[in-house]
Design a binder for this molecule. Structure first.
Ligand SMILES: [Zn+2]
Length: 111
C-alpha cells in the first residue's frame, strides 16, 4: 500500500500554515514580525529543493516544494513591499495608545 496519501495530507497542512500570514499581508498590508532575510533564505531553499524534487520525480515532494516556493516567495515580496507599514493591531492602537510617536520611532530605527 502506497503511503503517498500521507505525503499529500502533510502538504495540505503546509498549504494552510502559510495562509494566515499571506492573508494579513494582503488585507492589512502589514509586515510586522516578518524577517525578510529569513524568508529570502527559505525561498531560495524552496527553489533549490524544487529543482532537486523534479529530478526525483516524486509527486509529493514536487507538489510540496512547488507550493513552498510560491507561498514563501509571495510572503517575501509582499513583506518587502509593505515593510514600512504596521496595522493598528501591531502598532498597539487597540490599547488606545497614540501610536504616531511610535511609528516615527520605528521609522527612525530603520534608517
Ligand atoms: Zn499587522
Amino acid at each position: 500500500m502506497s503511503l503517498e496519501w500521507l505525503g499529500f495530507a502533510g502538504t495540505s497542512l503546509v498549504v494552510f500554515a502559510y495562509l494566515p500570514q499571506i492573508a494579513h499581508l494582503i488585507k492589512a498590508k502589514c509586515a510586522a514580525g516578518v524577517s525578510l532575510s529569513a524568508y529570502l533564505v527559505w525561498t531560495s531553499s524552496a527553489l533549490l529543493l524544487l529543482v532537486y524534487a523534479l529530478t526525483t520525480g516524486d509527486s509529493v515532494f514536487i507538489t510540496l516544494q512547488g507550493y513552498q516556493l510560491l507561498a514563501l516567495g509571495l510572503i517575501f515580496v509582499l513583506s518587502l513591499k509593505h515593510r514600512d507599514h504596521r496595522c493598528d493591531e501591531h502598532c498597539g492602537a487597540q490599547d488606545g495608545v497614540d501610536t504616531s510617536q511610535l511609528t516615527g520611532t520605528v521609522e527612525l530605527a530603520r534608517r
